[in-house]
Design a protein around this ligand. Structure first.
Ligand SMILES: [Zn+2]
Length: 499
């Protein structure tokens, strides 16, 4: 009997040591080869066995039938302790951006070390290390259907994005971060004589419909902490600033479109970020150790911030989500915007091709503010014709709450008529801008003909942005839904006005 106890104790001891020693495939390959899907599968299964903190769940399959793994870290039953904060990291939506996945696997390994266990007193964390294994195996950006997953979060037509949103909807994570790479070596920049060179860049939600408190918290509190954390750990970092080169094109913060990983969760009043690590010139293994460690350190820094400010984040996110659900928030929803100047100049850290050193360039043409050009009043809800199967399926993919419509006495129902199609500049793309007329709808509404989608739900602002015909971010801007717009005909969706 005595012997048996000793053996059990030493097994536990060994398993504890082992937990700290499972080697990532990248390390095993001596940083000469990125992690394949099959090595990733073996690694996460191995890791799963080493610690009671971790549980690996398969959340869906890709176009080509590969698994999407969610690594769930919790010191109790995941999602059950409501005092904890739920955080979701997801990497490698773009298959040719390898360092996000490698950083995520390094992070998973690191988090099982005993010195990091304190994080899980307050945090329930999920890491999805690889959103696009089909693309990764071919080292290409898009998925097995040749779709760009990070432009698919509004359409949700791909199995990978559907799986992620279904998973998000289940737990309603308060903090999310989408991990990417950026490629600064383009010819235009080389001609300009400089390129971006920060190890890591950080972006957050810019859509004007996301609560101001959440945007302020992201920019004024999280950003400085995160930049400092990386700097202390010897990685250079900066805010995510697309556009340029300076004097050729303006520099702005990221898109306000809600079809990417960050804004699609941000629009649900989530504290949501994008982290982009510097790519290698060969897009693959060059400098991969440093790149993977930079990505890992950025994610680790975010966890540290969340740990230190758990209560504050939960309070802000909780209150702002409640307002969305009550239907009282955003009496107006911004549906057309532009990036404008505010008089500030940007001090942009760049690498000089001439001197081969890091330097800074002052950018005059800097547009840091997203200004609303057009908004609409938020209706009580929309009526979708059930005969339009694409729209009904779309609502289902987003798990939108719907119900039978009962018209209240005196409630006004409105319908757009499309009078013509104009165009508008959207972040340097020319897109459609329908000319509309809004009239009272006098027809009968029967529950067998229409699905009623109220806007007093967490996705309320997303619903308005998706369904308004003049929304720059709307479904009608995608070719699948373009047939909804027919000149001199009625727009098939109806607006149910608030009483
Ligand atoms: Zn990317």
């Amino acid at each position: 009997m005595k012997t048996r106890i000793t053996i059990l104790i030493s097994l536990a001891f060994i398993s504890n040591i082992f937990a700290q020693q499972v080697t990532t495939p990248l390390e095993l390959n001596n940083y000469q080869k990125v992690t394949s899907y099959s090595d990733l599968t073996t690694f996460v299964q191995q890791l799963d066995k080493t610690s009671d903190l971790l549980n690996v769940e398969t959340i869906g399959q890709t176009v080509q039938g590969r698994n999407l793994y969610a690594l769930k870290f919790s010191s109790s039953e995941f999602g059950k302790d409501r005092s904890k904060i739920k955080v979701l990291f997801f990497a490698q939506q773009h298959g040719n951006e390898q360092s996000g996945k490698e950083g995520a696997l390094l992070l998973a390994q690191t988090l099982l070390k005993s010195e990091n266990r304190y994080l899980f007193d307050k945090i329930d964390l999920v890491i999805v290390p690889q959103m696009n294994p089909d693309g990764s195996e071919a080292n290409k950006r898009r998925n097995g259907n040749d779709a760009d997953l990070n432009r698919n979060h509004l359409l949700l037509s791909e199995p990978e994005t559907k799986a992620l949103h279904r998973f998000f909807d289940k737990y309603l994570f308060e903090v999310t971060m989408d991990i990417h790479e950026y490629y600064p070596y383009g010819g235009e920049w080389e001609e300009y004589g400089y390129r971006k060179n920060s190890d890591e860049t950080l972006g957050t939600t810019t859509n004007p419909n996301v609560s101001q408190k959440i945007r302020d918290l992201s920019y004024k509190e999280v950003f400085p902490f995160w930049l400092k954390y990386l700097s202390i750990n010897a990685f250079s970092s900066f805010g995510y600033c697309p556009g340029g080169p300076p004097e050729i094109d303006y520099i702005r913060h990221s898109t306000f479109d809600i079809n990417d990983g960050r804004q699609s969760f941000g629009i649900q009043n989530t504290l949501s970020f994008i982290q982009e690590g510097l790519n290698g010139t060969d897009n693959y293994v060059e400098n991969i150790k440093h790149r993977a460690e930079g990505q890992m350190t950025g994610m680790r820094g975010m966890l540290e911030y969340v740990f230190l400010h758990k209560s504050e984040i939960k309070k802000v996110v909780g209150a702002d989500r409640k307002t969305l659900i009550s239907g009282k928030a955003n009496l107006k929803v911004s549906i057309q915007s532009e990036h404008v100047k505010n008089g500030e100049k940007l001090t942009l850290p760049l690498y000089s091709y001439a001197s081969r050193t890091d330097t800074v360039v002052i950018v005059n043409d800097y547009h840091p503010v997203v200004k609303t050009l057009l908004d609409v009043s938020k209706p009580a809800g929309y009526l979708i014709p059930k005969l339009n199967h694409e729209l009904v399926e779309w609502a289902g993919n987003h798990a939108l709450l719907s119900k039978d419509f009962i018209k209240q006495k005196g409630q006004r129902i409105e319908q757009y008529v499309i009078k013509g199609i104009d165009s508008i500049d959207f972040e340097r793309d020319i897109i459609i801008n329908p000319i509309v007329e809004l009239n009272e709808y006098k027809g009968e509404i029967s529950a067998s003909d229409f699905l009623y989608i109220p806007t007093n739900q967490l996705k309320g602002n997303l619903i308005v942005l998706a369904l308004e015909p003049k929304s720059e971010l709307g479904l009608v801007t995608y070719k699948q839904f373009a047939p909804l717009l027919k000149i001199e005909e009625s727009f098939p969706l109806l607006r149910v006005e608030k009483k």
